[in-house]
Design a protein around this ligand. Structure first.
Ligand code: GDP
Length: 470
């Protein structure tokens, strides 16, 4: 009967799907980093290197192109139509202009899908297929959102204590002044006033974004600075309790009070924003790259550097797959490769790049001491998605010295020696006598028909995709 037929049809479809899954590999690569770390430049370059893989791209360490097995790369419609489309074309337009400018970043999640057609190399598939397609999905999301993970393990009084303590640290004391002042008018136990809470939340957000402007990156809740689709939503309208916690009877908060409302919103933020973010994306990635702008942090001083170090620590917790980790209890994550990359490595001379990698390694190493990464390979590196400087030599006090030349953001040519990068967390004296400066370069002037110049993007492609293109 027809039941039998449709069952047969289903079996056939299944068989067909299995065969095509063998032929076609699928990789979901997630790219993250705090704002300004270089995600947009990185994805733009990655796509550009692949599109130009058979042309002008310079990829000596990428086996696929080295062995001339790349057939062609095509951008196709992305799978999730609710997400912003990664603005590759607009980014390239900016980079190809007569006066090149940096691509404008998206401030939320965006996605791009590529079909990479290639000839299989050594593997079994070589005998079965002349050509295979790797479906590559790249997802770009703000690293700030990962800083929210620790919130899942905190209650409102704990989070408030954390915020209060943080407001006393270094430069944050001055930056938090307006907020602490405004707080004095709030009657925590009085009748809830949604509008007042909204206004105070606005002052709190201002404090957090001022911190970021000063390079203080340990900002939480992440959506307060990068709200994405939640801009203006009440779930972002709460504030920490600033005051004597000991005097508060946390078991008996009067319902209908300002405090009860703030606590409820905090709870909703945890359950309706943070958890769903992890559920929606994290069970789905295969590979993750985290870009870290170590050089800007070094530029900005000790507190900025220390906060970046702590932010990396928090971000790493999002990949802690130990038996008892928060994540494993929520879903089964499956990332098998994790890369930490110091971005913008074209801001330093080649002789300093090992130091930059070691510096990042030491930051990651300290953070991962007591975490378990079962089955996850972690790699640390330094790269420039888009190399905007050239290396030259000069004589200085009888010695040969490497220098960088490029253009500043006004298009003026500059040549400089940016200085030495410390190979580990610098000693306190370093910050007083800081002997280097990293300028911002304009994107390189180049023939728009050529691939973007880079540093180590080919090694990155090899590590992240090489095994899937074998
Ligand atoms: P996002 O916010 O993480 O997407 O960061 P972007 O990709 O927008 O990068 C922020 C800024 O860093 C850019 O506007 C550039 O000025 C700079 N930048 C990013 N990548 C590079 C790079 O590879 N080399 C240089 N010289 N600058 C870079």
């Amino acid at each position: 009967g027809s039941g039998m037929q449709s069952l047969f049809g289903r079996i056939q479809t299944k068989a067909h799907q299995t065969a095509s899954r063998m032929a076609d590999q699928h990789v979901k690569l997630a790219v993250t980093g705090l704002s300004g770390a270089g995600k947009t430049a990185f994805i733009t370059s990655l796509v550009n290197q692949l599109l130009e893989g058979n042309g002008t791209a310079n990829l000596p360490f990428f086996t696929l192109t080295k062995e001339q097995r790349l057939v062609g790369v095509r951008r196709v419609a992305q799978p999730d139509v609710r997400l912003a489309r990664f603005a590759y074309e607009q980014g390239m337009e900016a980079l190809n202009a007569a006066q090149p400018s940096w691509p404008v970043p998206t401030r939320g999640v965006s996605q791009i899908r590529l079909h990479v057609r290639y000839k299989p190399g050594q593997g079994v598939s070589r005998y079965l297929f002349d050509q295979s397609t790797l479906i590559l999905d790249i997802l770009d999301y703000p690293g700030e959102w990962l800083l929210d993970l620790p919130l899942l393990g905190m209650d409102f009084p704990q989070w408030s204590a954390f915020c209060t303590q943080q407001m006393e640290e270094g430069g944050r004391e001055v930056l938090s002044q307006p907020f602490r002042q405004a707080m004095k008018n709030l009657d925590w136990l009085g009748q809830e006033n949604e509008l007042q809470l909204q206004q105070l939340a606005e002052v709190f957000r201002q404090y957090l974004s001022d911190c970021k402007k000063h390079g203080l990156e340990l900002v939480q809740p992440g959506r307060f600075v990068l709200p994405g689709e939640l801009e203006g939503a009440p779930v972002l309208q709460f504030i920490p309790f600033i005051g004597e916690q000991a005097q508060m009877d946390w078991q008996h908060i009067p319902s209908g009070s300002n405090l009860a409302l703030a606590m409820e919103r905090f709870e909703q933020y945890r359950t309706k924003v943070v958890k769903p973010f992890y559920k929606a994306y994290f069970s789905d990635f295969d590979r993750q790259i985290v870009l870290v702008d170590c050089l800007s942090a070094l530029n900005r001083g000790e507190q900025a550097f220390d906060e970046l170090q702590r932010a990396i620590n928090w971000i790493l917790k999002s990949f802690d797959y130990g038996k008892n980790s928060l994540l494993r209890r929520m879903f089964s994550p499956r990332i098998d490769k994790l890369v930490f990359a110091a971005s913008k490595a074209d801001h330093i001379t080649p002789d300093q790049q090992d130091n930059l990698i070691r510096l990042l390694e030491s930051m990651v190493h300290n953070a991962r001491q007591d975490m378990q990464y079962r089955g996850v390979r972690i790699q640390t590196t330094a790269l420039a998605a888009i190399r905007a400087s050239n290396v030259g030599q000069t004589q200085y006090q009888g010695q040969r010295l490497s220098v960088l030349s490029g253009h500043d953001l006004n298009g003026q040519p500059i040549t400089l020696y940016p200085g030495d990068v410390p190979a580990r967390r610098p000693a306190p004296t370093f910050w007083q006598s800081q002997g280097f400066e990293f300028p911002n370069f304009a994107p390189p002037l180049r023939d728009p028909l050529t691939a973007l110049p880079h540093i180590r993007m080919d090694q990155m492609l090899e590590f992240l995709l090489g095994d899937k293109l074998a």
